[in-house]
Ligand binder design. Structure first.
Ligand SMILES: Nc1ncnc2c1ncn2[C@@H]1O[C@H](COP(=O)(O)OP(=O)(O)O)[C@@H](O)[C@H]1O
Ligand SMILES: CC(=O)OP(=O)(O)O
Ligand SMILES: [Mg+2]
Length: 397
């Protein structure tokens, strides 16, 4: 690659990982992947890898102790500088999990925007600080290079008003206490992929399951988000690696009033000590639980599957039926036993699983005669961020 070829860099900080990618901007605005990598399992046994465009591993490192997001970011920057010396960056795209009510699309970062996003940190405590840190760093190190914020919430701004409401007094809704939905960059990418693979289904009623360390589900109608399992914060909806998912709000009152728990205790409980980790007492990682013989590990998987199935029913009801179901993200893309167990309970929605295709992680995992289809589609939040970044750079040029 020529040193002067324009590049877009992407930073995607998730709750358990920091992912990054670099794309060359070719003629006609094409994006050609040059390098991608991640520091994953940040809180357990961190592992760093970087791969070139052909998928060959070009850098790798492991740690035995947990690594913070800041150290992961430093690692990623050092590796990129070594692997692509003299690179010519024309823009940096950042995943920002919470964009609040104001943003229905990606925007250029300004000091005013940063001040606005700082206010949202309490609504996405596992993510927003780690999303804003790379922006600040890039700003210092790359003065003059435009930074673009791409929001997880933006894709869900198309939800009908009723899907954005809690049954709370109007004044709270007006103050921003409403359902936002997250993982929107992933859902937007998947909507586009499904339209390429199964255009008829994609034009209809689709439920997408983004099952990673954070997990949510989204109802798409004609490729637009109409409902999602996550609400005001990314702790709502499905149980996750360490997050509880939806909880009777009365439980929180009970814990405060009867158990004397503080706000910090509750925060720690619902964000960091619940979900797969809390139920199993063993791990937040589905890989570990699927390989464990411990009854509590099996229980955690059972509860996860049960709640995913119920959520699909809820979203299918909001859609008035189902034409396609898509599995994506860490668990969705790789955990065939979880997919098989979910699909086994969805015959009533017209899904007839293809066990061999599921075991092989094939794109389509239902049989030919199945009325509705099910899919395994790897997500690509980084490409979606790069597309938004390029579009914005072209627009503002
Ligand atoms: N081969 C696998 N089998 C089962 N689960 C997996 C596998 N690989 C990854 N996972 C699950 O996916 C999670 C990571 O998902 P990912 O979408 O990459 O996370 P993040 O939410 O940090 O972006 C892991 O915590 C683990 O539970
Ligand atoms: C919003 C969210 O939960 O993101 P992640 O899955 O990357 O943790
Ligand atoms: Mg993620």
């Amino acid at each position: 690659m020529a040193d002067t070829q324009p590049l877009i860099a992407v930073a995607n900080a998730g709750s358990s990982s920091l992912k990054f990618a670099l794309y060359a901007v070719g003629a006609g605005g094409t994006l050609v992947l040059q390098l991608r990598g991640a520091v994953e399992e940040l809180d357990r046994a961190p592992v760093f890898h970087a791969r070139d465009a052909a998928g060959r591993t070009v850098a790798e490192q492991r740690w035995t102790d947990a690594l913070g997001h800041d150290a992961a970011l430093a690692q990623a920057i050092t590796a990129v500088q070594a692997l692509l010396p003299g690179m010519h960056l024309i823009g940096v795209g950042h995943r920002v999990v919470h964009g609040g009510a104001a943003h229905d699309q990606a925007v250029l970062v300004t000091p005013a925007l940063m001040a606005e996003l700082e206010q949202l940190i309490p609504l996405a405590p596992l993510h927003e600080p780690h999303n804003l840190a790379p922006i600040r760093l890039a700003w210092q190190r790359l003065p003059g290079v435009p930074q673009v914020a791409c929001f997880d919430t933006a894709f869900h701004r198309s939800n009908p008003a009723i899907a954005q409401m809690f049954a709370l007094p109007q004044e709270l809704h007006d103050a921003g206490v409403r359902r936002y939905g997250f993982h929107g960059l992933s859902y937007e990418y998947i909507a586009g992929r499904l339209a390429e693979l199964a255009p008829d289904a994609a034009a209809g009623r689709v439920v997408v399951l983004h099952l990673g360390n954070g997990a949510s589900a989204c109802a798409l109608q004609g490729g637009r988000s109409v409902a999602s399992s996550m609400g005001f914060t990314a702790v709502d909806g499905l149980p996750m690696g360490t997050r509880s998912g939806n909880l009777d709000p009365g439980v929180l009152l009970y814990l405060v009033q009867q158990r004397g728990m503080s706000v910090a205790d509750i925060h720690d409980l619902i964000y960091k000590r619940s979900g797969l980790l809390g139920v199993s007492g063993i791990s937040s990682d589905m890989r570990v639980l699927l390989h464990s013989d411990a009854p509590r590990a099996a229980l955690a998987v059972d509860l996860f599957v049960y709640r995913v199935v119920r959520e699909i029913g809820s979203l299918a009801a909001a859609l008035g039926g189902l034409d396609a179901l898509v599995f994506t993200a860490g668990i969705g893309e790789h955990a065939a036993p979880v997919r098989a167990r979910v699909l086994a309970q969805l015959g009533w929605l017209g899904l007839v699983p293809d066990a061999a295709a599921n075991a092989a992680h094939a794109p389509c995992i239902t049989q030919a005669g199945s009325r509705a289809s099910a899919w395994v589609l790897p997500t690509d939040e980084e490409l979606m961020i790069a597309r938004h970044t390029l579009a914005l750079l072209e627009h503002t040029a």
